[in-house]
Design a protein around this ligand. Structure first.
Ligand code: GCB
Length: 894
């Protein structure tokens, strides 16, 4: 559409004479070539020129935090950024009204046109419109008129602006499109709250009939009365005009009018549902009755559907019971931050649909318009919410900002048939203030309930046809006793049993208790387990960040969600891994609970969901995500490892290198095969009665006896039961073993366990390690290691020792700690040790903490010549405390 307008504009430029001619309305982006300065030094427009040497050219969408969230330093720039651009428009636009429409600026925007403040907006996730015409002087002597736009953007913390805290990065910048729009003096009122001025409702829908109502806000900015025709046209899903209604309206000068009309009901409408999302279109046109010219046009999607939430029976769409299952979504991407090209928004929804999702929680804030448009087209039901998260500020300004965000969200997304729930306040009691002072705490929670009631009332007044929801967390009593579960129509609960706490077996009983306790329609708004795509294990354990544990966790949740009818819906946290700068997890600053990575590469669990949700036959081999492995040989020189195959068929057969591993019954969507991998390439094929899937896995089998040394060396992780796959350089790290006669391995030492009251981390720590992107290699270690011995053939060896001190003073917790105040009581450890290899002193009195500091990746390389009959022997001499080693690599050079 925009290209079309640009084309029209070009024609205009060519054919304009100096007399005013009637021009159609235009709407095109002005995203290119903005001058940008990130600086807190620039306080006013006057400071810009003295700082302009620091300016860079950027295109919108843009965020200034794309780089500083991927660097190693903690924290990111939260402050001011200035965007500057000169824009030329045809002088003929004088006859029109010119506007700028900002799709999303995080978080505060001040827009100056030709030096005058022409608009401000608080809130990073909704659209706003700024008038231009009254701030510019059209140059009648020229074909074009130029004006200057300066936008001040601020993403710093402000106690009056939600979100105050949250587990995601608040990327600053103009990160969605800027449109230049012209309108006739008479137009649908799109300035107010960023809506398009037309609101459609379907008050009653059945198989026989779909009723349709239109509320249109029309503005007459002219100084004279206007006679107007409003023509409302309905087009069926094939684009055929099926109804048209003309309403005559008299507009008073300089006023807004609201028109409420029933449009013709549609007989036997093609219903919108998640399998066949039949989309009608409603085109509303404004015609000047006197000149008989069209002055404005707005197109909206229309879907005929009805839905209902039942406390006991869950959700019904068009009278049919439907379990809502899908994911949540954040709006960022690897290396780009939140400034996504449109393709990625649409692609995300396509990937969700291909997984079998029928439900999306757009969390924790409204997202690019493409998201709901794609949900409408592809058939994914949605809930959207405003970012009032974790805590509130008790003052009027904070309330006002929450309410305006809610209002804008509703008005801007109102016509999407896929949208069924408006939500607000995520886990608002997660960071409660005044917990130790019961009287003050009560006052605080009363304030929150009052604010919730204001948001609820506003939402129900704006839209009596949809549901409302608040997503809570933790124990039911906290929210119920505060009075918060009373407020919305649906209660959402974020549940992490089996991840942050307890085991997932506790889930079913918990859900039943919650259901009985709150007696409202119920959605599991979040559940998820972190999985660093690079970590794998044969022994999945809670909080190990392996793909295998995540699969077990989700398999259990899906089973329970399907079993309990009162669970109307559930959203995995999260669709994709996302940026959370302050998060301390397996991957620095990334929340790893995605079903796909931050680069959208599927994890095993994505394929599991395809098996669990798709109705068409599906088979998928888990091994695809773990395509290079290092493991230890068994007696037959092979390495037998389980391989999961996900399917919705009854039975699967798996082949390795053409040989069958047998047939297996699929249970809860998974069949597990014990597969005898051989050294080198292994080709897997899974076969069901109608389908096949393939995977290729390269295995590096480490022999028990090293008569010949592996060509690509030894890369071994210590103190770990997880295999690490470095996907950047395709290096597979195996897990260590104890030395046995004639073989290789460690002597002495026990795996490091992070002191924690709840034993949260089965292996080592999840603290960020500096100086590497391979944190898991350094996050585990053997403590008290005495020797590492390898009975090797003679030759020259390169021995690489990896260390990190994990017992530093600043053992950190998740800033976003759902473990509720886990405390680590520990004393500063001191350790000094020396390392000899084959009697050669390699490291003298190594004290990692003093020499390098805590949580830093340290690597030493040494070359050793081993003579016939000699082993390769690394010895750790303890001087103070216990020696440690995190990982080891050995290569044979000669
Ligand atoms: C939650 C929050 C979400 C976090 C998530 C997590 O409950 O609502 O914002 O990212 O937990 O991963 O801890």
């Amino acid at each position: 559409m925009k290209l079309f307008y640009i084309f029209i504009l070009q024609i205009l430029f060519c054919s304009l004479s100096l007399q005013a001619v009637a021009t159609p309305n235009v709407n095109y982006t002005i995203n290119n070539s903005w001058q940008f300065m990130r600086s807190n030094e620039i306080k006013t427009l006057a400071d810009i020129s003295s700082n302009s040497k620091n300016a860079e050219w950027v295109n919108i969408p843009h965020t200034w935090n794309d780089k500083d969230v991927i660097d190693e330093e903690e924290g990111y720039y939260r402050g001011m950024g200035w965007y500057i651009k000169e824009v030329s428009i045809p002088t003929s636009f004088k006859e029109k009204e010119v506007f700028l429409q900002f799709e999303g600026v995080n978080t505060l925007a001040e827009v100056y046109i030709n030096g005058q403040l022409s608009g401000t907006h608080v809130g990073g996730y909704t659209r706003f419109v700024v008038p231009v015409s009254k701030f510019i002087t059209f140059d009648d002597q020229q074909l074009t008129t130029t004006f200057k736009i300066v936008v001040k953007v601020d993403n710093s913390f402000n106690k009056n602006r939600p979100s105050l805290t949250a587990d995601f990065t608040f990327f600053g910048g103009i990160y969605r499109d800027i449109n230049l729009i012209t309108k006739d003096k008479v137009h649908f009122n799109f300035e107010q709250d960023g809506s398009n001025g037309c609101f459609l409702t379907t008050p009653k829908v059945s198989v026989e009939k779909g009723e349709l109502h239109l509320k249109a806000h029309i503005k007459n900015d002219a100084s004279s009365k206007k006679k107007i025709k409003l023509i409302s046209k309905i087009f069926d899903p094939k684009g055929k005009l099926i109804a048209e209604k003309i309403s005559k309206i008299n507009l008073v000068p300089q006023q807004n009018s609201t028109i409420d009309i029933d449009l013709d009901a549609v007989d036997q409408p093609q219903l919108w549902d998640t399998k066949t999302p039949h989309l009608y279109q409603v085109v509303c046109e404004l015609w000047d009755a006197k000149t008989n010219t069209k002055v404005d046009e707005v197109v909206n999607p229309l879907g005929f559907r009805w839905f209902e939430f039942d406390v006991e029976k869950g959700f019904f769409l068009n009278g049919q019971s439907l379990k809502l299952i899908g994911t949540n979504r954040h709006q960022d991407y690897k290396g780009i931050g939140n400034a996504l090209p449109d393709y990625l928004h649409v692609e995300d929804i396509r990937i969700m649909k291909e997984m079998g999702s029928n439900f999306l929680r757009i969390a924790h804030y409204p997202q690019d318009p493409y998201i709901l448009e794609a949900c409408d087209r592809l058939g994914i039901l949605a809930t959207v919410e405003t970012p009032v998260i974790n805590t509130v500020t008790e003052n009027e300004q904070f309330d006002k900002n929450c309410l305006s965000a809610q209002l804008e969200m509703i008005r801007q997304s109102y016509n999407h048939p896929s949208l069924i729930i408006w939500a607000y306040m995520n886990e608002i009691l997660l960071k409660p203030k005044y917990k130790k002072d019961p009287v003050r705490y009560k006052k605080y929670t009363d304030y929150i309930v009052q604010l919730a009631n204001k948001l609820e009332t506003l939402t129900r007044e704006e839209d009596p046809f949809r549901y409302t929801m608040i997503p809570n967390h933790g124990g039911m009593e906290t929210y119920r006793d505060a009075g918060l579960t009373e407020v919305p129509m649906i209660v959402g609960w974020n549940i992490y049993d089996g991840w942050y706490g307890r085991e997932y077996d506790a889930l079913e009983a918990k859900l039943i208790k919650f259901h009985e306790g709150v007696n409202k329609p119920f959605i599991i708004t979040e559940y998820g387990a972190g999985a660093d795509p690079r970590l794998h294990t044969l022994n999945p354990t809670r909080f190990d960040f392996t793909q295998e544990y995540a699969t077990n966790y989700h398999q259990h949740y899906v089973k329970v969600i399907h079993k309990l009818p009162f669970v109307a819906g559930a959203n995995v946290w999260n669709y994709a891994d996302f940026s959370s700068e302050h998060r301390v997890d397996a991957v620095q600053s990334v929340n790893n609970k995605g079903l796909v990575g931050i680069d959208r590469k599927p994890k095993d669990v994505y394929y599991f969901y395809q098996a669990a949700l798709l109705e068409k036959p599906f088979v998928g081999i888990a091994a695809k995500t773990w395509k290079r492995r290092t493991c230890i040989e068994n007696q037959e020189g092979k390495s037998v490892m389980p391989v999961q195959v996900f399917s919705n068929q009854e039975q699967v057969e798996l082949f390795i290198n053409g040989k069958s591993c047998g047939k297996k019954k699929v249970e809860e969507k998974i069949a597990v095969f014990e597969v005898p991998f051989i050294h080198g390439i292994n080709r897997l094929k899974a076969v069901t009665s109608t389908l096949e899937d393939y995977a290729e896995v390269r295995i590096n089998i480490l022999p028990q006896k090293l008569d010949t040394f592996p060509a690509n060396g030894f890369s071994i992780n210590l103190g770990d039961e997880r295999f690490f796959y470095d996907d950047q350089i395709d290096q597979a790290w195996g897990i260590g073993k104890k030395y046995t006669e004639g073989s290789w391995g460690t002597i002495g030492g026990t795996p490091y366990v992070r002191p924690s009251k709840r034993k949260q981390h089965p292996y080592g720590t999840n603290h960020t390690i500096q100086g590497t992107y391979n944190d898991p290699v350094y996050q585990t270690q053997l403590v008290g290691i005495e020797k590492f011995r390898m009975d090797v053939p003679p030759g020259v060896y390169d021995v690489q020792l990896h260390f990190a001190e994990l017992e530093g003073s600043s053992a950190k917790h998740l800033p976003y700690d759902l473990m509720e105040g886990e405390q680590v009581d520990k004393e500063q450890i001191s350790r000094t040790f020396s390392v000899k290899i084959n009697d050669q002193l390699i490291l003298n009195r190594l004290d990692i903490l003093t020499q390098f500091g805590e949580y830093k990746a340290i690597k030493y390389k040494a070359q050793i010549r081993v003579e016939e009959g000699q082993p390769l022997l690394i010895e750790f001499d303890k001087i103070i405390g216990e020696p440690v080693m995190n990982a080891i690599e050995i290569y044979k050079k000669i």
